[in-house]
Design a binder for this molecule. Structure first.
Ligand code: CP
Length: 308
């Protein structure tokens, strides 16, 4: 059982499957139950510590904590003593001193949650660290794929866009490869890091080749906040050559699903006709985010699998 969740690189296929199985059960027993209440984490304290903006991840961790009966609080770097110069480690130790059982961290520096985990005894959950990993996003993506496709093994998953800056892509590659999927990446060569093939994936600069015959098409957000200028000529040209629209979606299998971690830049990486179309499971990904986060919090706090 895991004490911290720092990345999917460190987890086995069995650990990942256990979290996904627990998330399925917690969806049925808690989220979709009439009361949305459980006392699984009653008496536990959980704090989100976010140094970057977030809607889905932060709110769904808070909702997951509350649905399981924990006491939850949120802290952002802006408006806190971080703005007065307090260090990351001192901030984490301060939160731990409040008898906090879990600290959930989002930070622009790759490895920030790993560093904190060496200095505090509270469980640490990575909610996105720089360009490294976003493990709970990949877990909710895999939960959604399993719901829609039955099994991850043998699926062709096409991940399209700004792979270079994407912690979502990296966590999905680790998780999907461990569970036996074929992963194909595509984007402009300036947004595809070197040696991606070493991770066991196929790489294309032609989106249509990547999407052809896919079971799952996943668009990635263009991460302008992490990019240098000049990685593609213009947003309009990016959309023309690398955006996913209904014409490109038709190259995938007829029952393929469309995913995106959000937030979506409408008309850039995905066109509005498919974002809101019948193949889109983007809102179901958000729902499953609450379930995966309940499963992870239960596992790191109790050290046990969820029992119905
Ligand atoms: N997918 C994701 O991490 O979204 P937020 O930045 O809104 O949390």
């Amino acid at each position: 059982m895991i004490k911290n969740l720092l990345g999917l690189k460190e987890l086995s296929a069995e650990d990942i499957t256990a979290i996904l199985d627990d998330a399925d059960k917690l969806k049925r027993d808690v989220l979709l139950s009439g009361s949305k209440k459980s006392n699984l984490l009653s008496g536990k304290g959980i704090i989100t510590l976010f140094y970057e903006n977030s809607t889905r991840t932060r709110v769904s961790f808070e909702m997951a904590s509350k649905y399981l009966g924990a006491t939850a609080a949120n802290m952002s770097s802006s408006g806190s003593s971080v703005a007065k110069g307090e260090t990351l480690i001192d901030t984490a130790k301060t939160l731990e001193a409040m008898k906090t059982d879990v600290i959930i961290i989002r930070h622009s520096m790759s490895g920030a949650p790993h560093l904190v985990a060496k200095h505090v005894n509270s469980s640490i959950v990575n909610a996105g660290d720089g360009m490294n990993e976003h493990p709970t996003q990949a877990l909710l993506d895999m939960m959604t794929m399993r719901e829609k496709k039955g099994d991850i093994k043998g699926l062709k998953v096409a991940i399209i866009g700004d792979v270079k800056h994407s912690r979502v892509a990296r966590s999905n590659i680790y998780g999907l490869k461990k569970l036996g999927a074929e992963v194909v990446l595509a984007g402009p060569s300036t947004l595809l890091p070197k040696r991606l093939e070493d991770m066991g994936v196929k790489v294309h600069t032609d989106v249509e080749k990547a999407v052809e015959g896919a079971d799952v098409v996943m668009g990635l957000r263009i991460q302008l906040e992490r990019q240098k200028k000049g990685l593609f000529p213009s947003v309009r040209e990016y959309n023309k050559y690398f955006g996913v629209d209904s014409r490109r979606m038709k190259l995938a299998k007829p029952d393929a699903i469309l995913m995106h971690p959000g937030p979506v830049n409408r008309g850039v990486e995905l066109n509005p006709d498919i974002i809101d179309g019948p193949q889109s499971v983007i809102n179901e990904q958000v729902t499953n985010g609450v379930c995966v986060r309940m499963a992870v919090l239960n596992m790191v706090v109790s050290g046990k699998r969820y029992q119905s």
